[in-house]
Design a protein around this ligand. Sequence first.
Ligand code: SER
Length: 339
Amino acid sequence: MLRTPVVLITGASGEIGHGLITSLSAHNHRRIITLDVKALEPDLGKLVHQEVIGSILDVALLERILAEYEVDLVFHLAALLSTRSEFTPMAAHQVNVEGTLHLLEFAQRQGESHGRPVVFLYPSSIAAYGLPDLPTKDRAGRVLEDDYNTPSTMYGCNKLYCEHLGRYYARHYKRLAPETLAGKVDFRAIRFPGLISAVTVPSGGTSDFAPEMIHAAAQGKAFPCFARPDTRIPFMAMPDGVTALLQLAAAPHENLTRTVYNIGAFNPSAAEIEAIVRKAFPFAEISYQVDVKRQGILDSWPADVDDSAARHDWGFTPQYDLDRAFDEYLIPTIRQRYR
Ligand code: SER
């Protein structure tokens, strides 16, 4: 029996999955299979061919998907975010590292069975960086992919290691075997900045102060911001994040000079975000109650990233700068949502 060619999305019920499923189902003729411990919202569920409820750690479940489908594109989105991972480092390692290893091995086996490389999209993060102190962060400015790779969170360590694992599968897998087995997994990672969606609210991240501030203001809820007003990290509107994943997935392999790419769009301070939010929602109740420990994580992330490799190799160009992200996407969509 012929297996059906499909795209597999893990962690599909999360924030990125939401936008990705909508976009993929509109533009891609391939059927979508999702795998998540949580069910999809019913409207999203209708867009996918099969929704598998289960864990990426369940090897038997992955075997069943392998037997039934011919997967040639994987978006491996399942992860525990940075704040949550700090409370449960063992669980973070299991999901973020062991889960990714299972998926890479799954992709390798898929590639070996149908003979074509499996394009494997991996969302990494600015958390893969670790700047030692604020003066260094100020001096560093726009960081390149290979600089300051000394993360100080469990999540950041997990992401950085999985970037290396992906490169290993893509370029060196079982390098001592007589036959060449590497290259069956075409691993491509994006180091995402903090993503801000108008239609979902994040949970368990450290960049969440920005989206939480906007969503709270739109609902008329008081928001005690856990980050200092001068906190500056890169952010991006979710539609640009989803487009970037799709663009990198579609890029010709020969154009890619790296397996990991930075992308950036805008990098306002918390106080600058507050000013924009107050303009849109004049009655917003925003105060600062700094959580010094979470602040420490934010201070270790770069103020900006150098994304020239992504722009050069696969044509990354964000459509939303700071003004457009707020004026044309976040504010109107969020207003509508809580009306
Ligand atoms: N935005 C994520 C977090 O804060 C980082 O990738 O955990």
